[in-house]
Design a protein. Structure first.
Length: 679
């Protein structure tokens, strides 16, 4: 028995083809990302058979709205079309592309050609009137009357043909008719694509990490080699806020602030044995009957935290809290929900391991439990609890060790109620895993920046993450150090290495952060050779920091952050351009505003031990500069001013004097003798 013949398609009259819509993350499976105030530039290939004219539009709306907004697309050539949508609201948006073979537009073009050739166009005018009357029948009110009147004018025999042909080209009336195409001819790409619009801090932010228990200063803060410092409190942390504000940071990130378990508590340098005064790791969450929605009693109370959030806000700083979905053996979850953990054959609970490393003080959740629904609901409740307390930024610990589906569900749930929420993924893992987490909803992501040290590594990596398709869903947050990461470059590079990594992080990335006191004071001693762990790490003990030490980088950090605030070019990663150099130890790159009114060129000597020189070859067009006119390069770090002309310019960087230039490029010279005349 033969197979049944295929039936006729339902949309055979729709001749248009829509392909290759951008942005489109994994075929529309995930949302693209933009910032409120930015434009969503949508492109698509739209074409049809034959020679008829094609029209197309972007349809867009906020997810909660019912009515679609229609924005006409313009041709780019080769059947590629584009339109730019202004994003004005936080939250989720929908967008798609529709297209149709446009008989009225085809008629307008053909009519003009025939009339210019001296041909009789009376039938063509009648055909146009017919098309316009049909369009008028699809609308009501003033639009209907305008279109019908227009159609009647085209066949008014008392009017000269030339006037009627001219009237047929009326742009305003064609625009009115364009808004009401025959729905039988319109093809709309289904389902619509999703866009998540975040607030500006998702794109541009400066993070400072500290342990609140290590914020005691003055007489109560002896050196680590002396007696144990007093446990810091939120009030001590509050006293540190003016310093952080003076450094120019707008996000203060605190590691977990919850009670710390005592069972299997780790001692200094991750030692398996402890003394009674060892505070333990903040990531071993839970103790004394309290867990993820409680505060460590030595830090203070919920009222103290609220006060800290409020005082930080007065200084332009937001508080970011750590979300670490794991437990100490003393966490109430272990007793109340044993089904959320993996029981080993010997009856004990599986603790965290990264062989050969063992973390007996931490129990990971078992996400393959049959009770996963209840577990997910509880974890969402934890985040919602802190969001209700005024925390809108969350740094998530090791998200790559939890299900992607959990994050996709949890982040969307939280952001529906708190659309201004920001989630930073701390996932130093494989590239595809990092990207999947970003697609699942993480607002920002840690990167491989800490380990990209050569010019080639930097150029290849940042070219990848700052351009579509990756930049449609992935936002980088660059950290030269963290409590877990003290790179070899920082261990042995000296002051110049810290300066170079600071400048790179702050100018390559619109968002960056430092593990604060350790970076300011250039802490560089590893626990042992070959390790990236700090000796006497704050993860396991209370530290005291003399922030007034004369060698502190605080002044430079404050200057770099001030440069970032004053120059919009550094507040986005969208226009990062690398420039040529004949010396591989010099990396040169620029950022500009879309209108080229602000241009910053950064050049960094990647060799922290030796002077390096070479010729930089600038892409003048990307900088908005003319090849035949001089321009000023004002070093915002040193204050020096250089007069350059053309694309090729010489650079010398001595790490003992300055490891980098951050150059504000100014054009429109009136006099080469007076730099003050530069615009």
């Amino acid at each position: 028995m033969g197979s049944a013949l295929p039936g006729l398609p339902a949309d055979g009259a729709r001749r248009v083809v829509i392909e290759s819509i951008t942005p489109c993350v994994d075929g529309g499976r995930f949302a693209a990302k933009r910032i409120v105030g930015e434009r969503l530039v949508v492109e698509a290939d739209v074409f049809a058979d034959g020679h008829d004219a094609v029209s197309c539009a972007v349809l867009h709306r906020a997810e909660h709205e019912r009515e679609w907004q229609r924005l006409r697309m313009v041709p780019l050539g080769n059947d590629r079309w584009q339109a730019a949508v202004e994003i004005v609201d936080l939250g989720r948006h929908l967008y798609t592309v529709c297209g149709w073979v446009d008989p009225l537009e085809t008629w307008r073009g053909d009519l003009a050609k025939k009339h210019d050739a001296g041909q009789d166009v009376s039938v063509d005018l009648a055909r146009g009137a017919q098309l316009i009357h049909a369009c008028a029948a699809r609308v009501r009110g003033a639009a209907e009357r305008e279109l019908n009147a227009w159609a009647d004018e085209l066949v008014a025999g008392s009017t000269p043909v030339a006037e009627r042909v001219a009237r047929a080209q009326d742009a305003t009336l064609h625009a009115l008719a364009w808004r009401h195409p025959d729905p039988e001819l319109v093809l709309t790409r289904e389902p619509p694509l999703v866009l998540v619009a975040d607030r500006e801090r998702a794109r541009f932010s400066s993070w400072y990490e500290l342990f609140p228990r290590s914020t005691v200063q003055g007489a109560g803060a002896p050196a680590v080699t002396g007696r144990t410092p007093r446990h810091g409190t939120f009030r001590d942390c509050e006293a540190r806020l003016p310093h952080i504000a003076a450094l120019g940071f707008d996000v203060l990130y605190l590691p977990p602030i919850h009670p710390i378990g005592k069972t299997e508590r780790k001692g200094p340098n991750n030692a398996p044995s402890t003394s009674p005064r060892d505070p333990g790791s903040p990531w071993a969450i839970g103790g004394d009957g309290a867990g993820h929605t409680a505060i460590h009693p030595e830090l203070g109370t919920i009222d103290d935290l609220r006060r800290l959030i409020a005082r930080a806000g007065e200084l332009g700083i937001e508080l970011a809290l750590d979300i670490a979905f794991q437990c100490s053996p003393d966490h109430p979850y272990v007793r109340e929900h044993p089904e959320w953990f993996l029981e080993r054959p010997d009856g004990t609970i599986q603790y965290a391991e990264n062989p050969p490393k063992k973390y007996q003080d931490i129990y990971p959740f078992h996400f393959e439990t049959s009770a996963w629904r209840e577990l997910w609901e509880e974890l969402a409740r934890v985040v919602e609890f802190w969001a209700h307390e005024g925390v809108k930024i969350f740094r998530v610990d090791n998200p790559h060790t939890k299900p992607f589906g959990l994050w996709e569900w949890l982040i969307e749930r939280v952001k529906r109620c708190t659309p201004e929420a920001i989630f930073l993924a701390e996932a130093f893992t494989r590239p595809k895993v990092m990207y999947r987490l970003a697609k699942a909803g993480f607002t920002q992501s840690y990167t491989y920046f800490a380990w990209r040290n050569t010019r080639d590594e930097i150029v290849r990596y940042f070219t990848e993450i700052t351009r579509p398709p990756v930049s449609d869903f992935f936002r980088a947050n660059l950290w030269p150090n963290t409590p877990d990461i003290l790179t070899e470059y920082l261990q042995y590079g000296g002051r110049a290495a810290f300066i170079a990594r600071l400048v790179l992080a702050a100018t390559l990335g619109a968002s960056f952060g430092i593990y604060g006191p350790a970076f300011e004071l250039m802490e560089h001693t590893a626990r042992e050779p070959g390790s990236e762990e700090y000796l006497d790490s704050e993860k396991y003990q209370i530290r005291s920091w003399d922030l007034e030490r004369p060698e502190s980088l605080a002044e430079l950090v404050a200057l770099v952050n001030r440069i970032r605030r004053e120059h919009p070019a550094l507040q986005s990663d969208a226009r990062l351009v690398f420039h040529g150099s004949d010396n591989d130890t010099l990396v040169a790159y620029s950022k500009t505003t879309p209108d080229l009114s602000d241009a910053i060129l950064t050049i960094v000597n990647l060799d922290p031990h030796h002077s390096q020189s070479g010729w930089i070859d600038l892409d003048l067009r990307s900088l908005g500069l003319d090849s035949d006119r001089p321009f000023q390069a004002h070093d915002l770090l040193s204050g020096a001013r250089f007069l350059w002309r053309g694309a090729r310019n010489f650079i010398l960087l001595d790490p003992a004097q300055g490891a980098a230039h951050v150059l504000h490029l100014k054009r429109r010279v009136r006099s080469e003798r007076d730099f003050d005349y530069f615009g």
